[in-house]
Design a protein around this ligand. Sequence first.
Ligand code: MF3
Ligand code: CO
Ligand code: CO
Length: 272
Amino acid sequence: MNVLRRKPKPKCPLYLTDEEQAGLRAAGRFNAQLMDFVRPHVKAGITTLELDKLVYDYTMDHGHIPACLGYKSYPNTICTSVNEVVCHGIPNKMPLRDGDIVNVDLTTIVDGWHGDSSETFIIGTVSDETRHLVQATFDSLYLGIQAIQPFGKISDIGQAIEKFARSEGLSVVQEYQGHGLGREFHQEPGVPHYLPKTGASQIVIEPGMSFTVEPMLNIGTWRTMLDTRDKWTVRTMDLSLSAQFEHSILVTESGPEILTQTQNGPKPGHKF
Ligand code: MF3
Ligand code: CO
Ligand code: CO
């Protein structure tokens, strides 16, 4: 095939200039603000479609663009992944119920730059096992972020997450990963949350790189299946529960900077 006809892939990896970093920071900050806005609404009785509308309206009212809407024909603004749904759950008319867990994943384009983050919410009262899954997934996100060092490797992140997940008796999803983030929604480098057998994530982390960390942990098997009807919803193969947390990260000379830290949400050390 004629090389010139191929869509040019963003250079791998990308290093952002100071001005570009300011753009990405602003996008992360807005995404965090959006999470703080939606958080009080994530309660038993509300439907995920109602949450979707709240997020769409807030984003548009602030003059920004919902990144997921129309992305590869995705039909909505947010992803809402309930219970055994691993990721990319499409909002629907089912009210959230006491005992559910739901991941709300938000992505916004602010002046051409992407912010991408998610939290798993506990609805009402859940079992100890469910609470443990959410707690360990949250803790694994911060362990993964802490493993980021300038001139370390991308694989350090997955190594830290997988080691912890195993010690907690949980499995780590392999088919979906973190990703480079910038003017593009998904770009190099891929960020596995487990330690890959091949050299794919031997990429060296350098200041100016930006990517997401977004571990998905399951109570049962790490294997997943894609819904053949909507071609988006990803479930655990054994329908066991799955949780996820996500932050957008910028690597600076002094280490990882979390771009999507919220004001009111859980902070490192939080107990669910
Ligand atoms: N926000 C998801 C991520 O963390 C991607 C969702 S793509 C969509 O990478 F099309 F499903 F919205
Ligand atoms: Co992401
Ligand atoms: Co996301």
